[in-house]
Ligand binder design. Structure first.
Ligand code: TRP
Length: 334
């Protein structure tokens, strides 16, 4: 699209606290993708209101997450980082795509089933059509690739189905996106329940390291991390807790699991947990310093938000107009 680069789109919801898992598994790897792709990263705040949000806390959270994208090192000139809600084409295309999506296929989405079980008092239509809004996000930018976690693959699959269905009726309107298969990020598990992914919506704060946790909190959480019974630092299926800590230490230091086992040969879990905690503190330090700087610099941040939203709108509107024309809507009035 631009400089003949392929387009990459991804997004994160504006809820919860971004975790070390989000950083090592996604953000850190997003930083360099702009060399190869034209990258769009959205704070998916329209998706967030499928669950009830407190307006004041939500407003702050939106800004916190966008600021953390920048603090993680994603360059806002080489990439486009923006709030989904500021680009109205998302909602407009989502409506159109709703009319090309079947109740049956949405009913099969596992995330819908999980979320409606979890929020049984508020199973709203937005929760049901959530994947259609995701499809609109991706298709608006004619994205070639989408880096997503396993839990979102089904949503990418339905995006492809919707795109192909639309293209079949109207000709080549949308690029049909593929999952991004690149150097995959580390898959970090909960410190309290290493069988489950570290999650920003986990209710137990001790299971996750938040990107804005201070050093003492980080060390404390690692000291409390669940370990196993072998008593030695060894990577093994039988030691999910220790294996997770080895993965974290490896992602932070670049050392291999074998080297780490050697380094801590004959040492106990206590020494190892402290070392992992310190490695994480070191990795997050520059991010936290940038976060503090950016948070103080309101005008600079506001400028970036505005420029990036305009850039996103420009590309998104191009696709939206094309779609409107194909469907047969009258021309837009400016
Ligand atoms: N639903 C995604 C999540 O919870 C966030 C998201 C919204 C997204 N739109 C997207 C991810 C488009 C990839 C592409 O993680």
């Amino acid at each position: 699209m631009v400089d003949n680069k392929k387009v990459l789109f991804s997004a994160m919801q504006a809820t919860g606290n971004l975790t070390l898992g989000n950083y090592l598994g996604a953000l850190k790897n997003w930083v360099n993708l702009c060399d190869e792709y034209e990258c769009f990263y959205s704070v998916a705040n329209l998706h967030s209101i499928t669950v009830r949000q407190d307006p004041a806390a939500f407003r702050k959270k939106n800004r916190e997450i966008l600021t953390l994208f920048l603090a993680a090192g994603i360059d806002p000139v080489k990439n486009c980082i923006y709030y989904q809600s500021q680009v109205s084409a998302h909602a407009e295309l989502a409506w159109i795509l709703n009319c090309y999506t079947y109740m049956g296929e949405l009913s099969r989405m596992t995330q819908f089933k999980d979320k409606s079980a979890k929020h049984a008092d508020n199973i709203n239509a937005g929760l049901f059509t959530y994947p259609v809004l995701m499809a609109a996000d991706i298709l608006l930018f004619q994205a070639d690739v989408v880096p997503v976690g396993k839990d979102q693959l089904q949503h990418l699959e339905i995006t492809r189905d919707i795109a192909q269905r639309f293209n079949q009726i109207y000709g080549d309107v949308f690029t049909v996106p593929e999952p991004y298969i690149g150097k995959s990020g580390a898959r970090i598990m909960s410190l309290q329940d290493p069988e489950h992914k570290m999650s920003k919506s986990d209710e137990n704060p001790n299971g996750s390291i938040y990107l804005i946790d201070d050093p003492d909190t980080i060390i404390r959480k690692f000291k409390r991390a669940v370990t196993d019974s072998e008593g030695c630092v060894r990577y093994s299926e039988n030691q999910p807790g220790i294996s997770n800590l080895i993965d974290i230490y490896s992602a932070c230091t670049g050392k291999s699991a074998a080297d780490i086992e050697k380094e801590f040969d004959g040492k106990g879990y206590g020494d190892f947990k402290l070392a992992v905690g310190e490695a994480v503190v070191d990795v997050l330090k520059p991010l936290q310093e940038r976060y503090a700087d950016l948070s103080k610099n309101k005008d600079y941040l506001d400028g970036i938000i505005k420029e990036n939203a305009e850039k996103a709108s420009y590309f998104a509107n191009k696709t939206l107009r094309k779609v409107q024309k194909k469907v047969g809507f009258p021309e837009i009035i400016r």
